[in-house]
Design a binder for this molecule. Structure first.
Ligand SMILES: [Fe+2]
Ligand SMILES: [Fe+2]
Length: 166
């Protein structure tokens, strides 16, 4: 059955939200690369890639259901962060927004009896629980490091999967 038009429109908007998240994370990666925090940079770069995967999941679903993918513009992301904790707080707030967006999509899919879409969205519901949990944990660690460059470097090395600086 061809995808319901309202749902198709809402899923297209979600493609944009996921790509926007990817752009925000890439800006964070660039910020930390310029601050020589390679672990944080690689963490956010990896995450930027994951958000593109999320967008493509929805893209493929729309195509498979006979809908049309329509790409919209992406706003310039913020690029200056006081410290890693500030960036992670921004990330956590954005993930909470994405969770809201997925909930609204699910409600719409439920209302118009788009059962296939509901099933596809289950993956995203679970993913958002993991994402919020991940950023909450990381925020706790970054806040514990506070303004200590040394502690941030230890955390940075851990994110890089390397041994702490000697
Ligand atoms: Fe996502
Ligand atoms: Fe995410």
């Amino acid at each position: 059955m061809k995808i319901e038009s309202q749902v198709s429109e809402a899923l297209n908007a979600q493609i944009n939200n996921e790509l926007r998240a990817s752009y925000v994370y890439l800006a964070m990666a660039a910020h930390f690369d310029s601050d020589n925090l390679k672990g944080f940079a690689s963490f956010f770069r990896r995450h930027a890639g994951e958000e593109i995967d999320h967008a493509m999941r929805i893209y493929d679903f729309i195509v498979k259901r006979g809908g049309t993918v329509e790409l919209k513009g992406i706003a310039v992301p913020e690029k200056n962060f006081r410290d890693p904790a500030a960036a992670i707080r921004t990330a956590l707030a954005m993930e909470a927004d994405v969770t809201d967006q997925i909930h609204k999509l699910f409600e719409l899919a439920h209302e118009v009896k788009e059962y296939g879409t509901q099933n596809m969205l289950h993956w995203f519901l679970e993913e958002q629980i993991d994402e919020e949990d991940l950023f909450r944990d990381l925020l706790e660690q970054a806040e514990a490091a506070g303004d200590s460059r040394w502690h941030l470097m230890v955390l940075d090395n851990r994110l890089l999967g390397a041994a702490p600086p000697a």
